[in-house]
Ligand binder design. Sequence first.
Ligand code: NAD
Ligand code: DAU
Length: 352
Amino acid sequence: MTTMLITGGAGFIGSNFVRYVLENRPDASIINLDALTYSGNLENLAGLDEDPRFASRYEFVKGDIADRDLLAPLLDRTDIVIHMAAESHVDRSILDSAPFVRTNVLGTQALLDAARHSHAGKGVARFVHVSTDEVYGSLPLDRPDLKFTEDTPIQPNSPYAASKAASDLLVRAAFHTFHMPVLTTRCSNNFGPYQFPEKVIPLFVTNLIEGRKVPLYGDGKNVRDWLHVLDHCEAILTVAEKGRVGEVYNIGGDNERSNLDLTRAILDIMGKGHDMIQPVEDRKGHDRRYAIDASKIERELGWRPTRSAWPDALEQTVRWYMANAEWWRHVKSGAYREFYKQQYSGRERVGA
Ligand code: NAD
Ligand code: DAU
C-alpha cells in the first residue's frame, strides 16, 4: 500500500483528486491534510468516509501546512506528497497578499522541510508540487504562436502568482541543494464540479440561476486555456508515478477561449440572453492571455487531455452546477457573503 499525503484535499482540485485516486488506485491510501479555509469544503467529499470501497484507505486531518509539529508525524507515514494546498484566487490576493505569502510560501517551505526530515532523515519517496501557468506571466493577444513552455522565464504579475512562483523556487532549490525527489506541475485554468463560486465559471452559472447578471472584467478579450479538472488529476498522478525528479511539467487543455466567448457559451447553454453580461471595471494587472505548451508531458509521459473538449465538457460542467444547487447555495451563504459585500461594494459578485 502506498500512502499519499494530499494537502488541500478539501478544495476544488484536491477533492476531485482524492476521489480520482481512490477510484483508480486500489493500492493507494490517502491522508487529506486541509486547514478548511473559506475554500475548503468537506461537502466536496461527502459520502467518502462511509463508502466501503474507500473508508479504510481514506483519512482526513484538519490542519495547517505551516504547522511543523503537526507535519512531522504525518510525513513519517507518507510515501508520496501531492501538495495542492494554497490560497488560490487572484482577486483576493489583490485585496490582501498576506495569507498568500503565509500559506503558499511559508507553508510550502514547512512542508518541504518536514518531507526532507521524515523517515529518520531519508525523506519521502516523491514530492509533487502543484503550481500554475500564472508564474510565467502574460502572453500578448496578437502572438497566437507563443505559448508557455517549461523554459519560459518566471514573470509573475499578481501577488497570487508571485507567491506561487516563490514556492516553485523553493521546490527547485530543494532538488538542487538537498537532492529531494521533487516534481513541479504548472497547469492552466481548471473547470469542473466543486469549484468555489468565486472563480469565473461557477460564479457566472450560479449568478444566472439566481437571476443575476454576470460581471465581465474589462473588454472581455482576456484568454484562458481551459482544462477539465479530471484531466488535471490524471496528469498529476501520471507525473507522480512516472515523472523525472527535478523536472517541471506543463499541463494544459489546448483549449484557449476569450472570456467573452466563454461567457456567451455559458449564456447559450443556459438559454439566457447576452444582455445578462454586465461589463465591470477590469481586474488590476489583469493578465491578457495564458496558453500552455504541454508537449513535454505528452512526449515523456504519454499524457494528453481527453475530457476538456468544448462544447460538451463546458455544457456538462454547467449542467452539474444546475443539478447541484444545494451544494453551491450552501457555499454562497453566510460569512462569505459579508466578506464580498464589504470588499466589492458596487460590483455584482457572489452574494452581492
Ligand atoms: P481551492 O482554493 O479550491 O482549494 C485550496 C485548498 O487548500 C482548500 O481546501 C483550503 O482549505 C486548503 N488550504 C488553504 N490554506 C491551507 C493551509 N495553510 N493549510 C492547509 N490547507 C490549506 O484551490 P484549487 O483551485 O483547488 O487549487 C489547488 C491548487 O492548484 C493550488 O495550489 C493552485 O495554486 C493550483 N492551481 C489551480 C488552478 C485552477 O484553475 N483552479 C490551476 C492551476 C493550478
Ligand atoms: O491559470 C491558472 C489559474 O487559474 C490558477 O492558478 C488560479 O488558482 C485560478 O483561480 C485561475 O486564475 P484566473 O484568475 O485565471 O481565474 P478566474 O476564474 O478568477 O478568472 C478567469 C478569467 O475570468 C480572468 O481573465 C478574469 C475573468 N473574470 C473573473 C471573475 C471572477 C471576470 O471577467 N469576471 C469575474 O467575476
